[in-house]
Design a protein around this ligand. Structure first.
Ligand SMILES: [Zn+2]
Length: 148
């Protein structure tokens, strides 16, 4: 098939409800959740630019390549330890964005066992697992600070 040159860029006003897709891509999460069941955190490496997504997603946000969640060789195990990238402290809870060691992305989670005044970007943390993981996002119940 011959490629046609596009003469102009077309802009169409409208909304793109990205969050509507977040949890519909079940297959993307299957292997990730299976890993959690065994207290292992898995990420998927972008075949285009090489960054590692934890949790995985269907497309790379940086280079727009489709991530090959169907191919075992693109899955990598990362640590359950990581570094706080951002934080939000409320009266009764502290939410952090954590980047796990070996991953290039971060995700929001709850930090406990820390005094609010001690919580900082760059702080080292580790997942606290539930006793019997079942393959759910909250198998990593929360994160706590660690000394290294
Ligand atoms: Zn990429």
């Amino acid at each position: 098939m011959e490629k046609k040159e596009r003469e102009e860029t077309i802009s169409i006003p409208g909304e793109w409800p990205l969050n509507a897709y977040t949890f519909k891509a079940d297959k993307v999460m299957d292997r990730y959740l299976e890993g959690l069941k065994n207290k292992r955190v898995l990420g998927v490496k972008c075949p285009g630019c090489g960054i590692i997504y934890v949790p995985p997603k269907p497309y790379c946000g940086r280079c727009h390549t489709k991530l090959r969640i169907d191919r075992t060789e693109y899955w990598v195990e990362v640590s359950d330890k990581g570094t706080v990238q951002a934080l939000s402290i409320a009266e009764d809870s502290t939410v952090i964005a954590v980047q796990l060691d070996g991953a290039d992305t971060n995700f929001p989670t709850v930090l406990r066992e820390a005094k609010p005044e001690d919580v900082k970007v760059g702080m080292r943390v580790q997942a606290v697992w539930v006793d019997e993981p079942v393959g759910r996002f909250d198998d990593m119940a929360y994160f706590k600070p660690i000394e290294e």
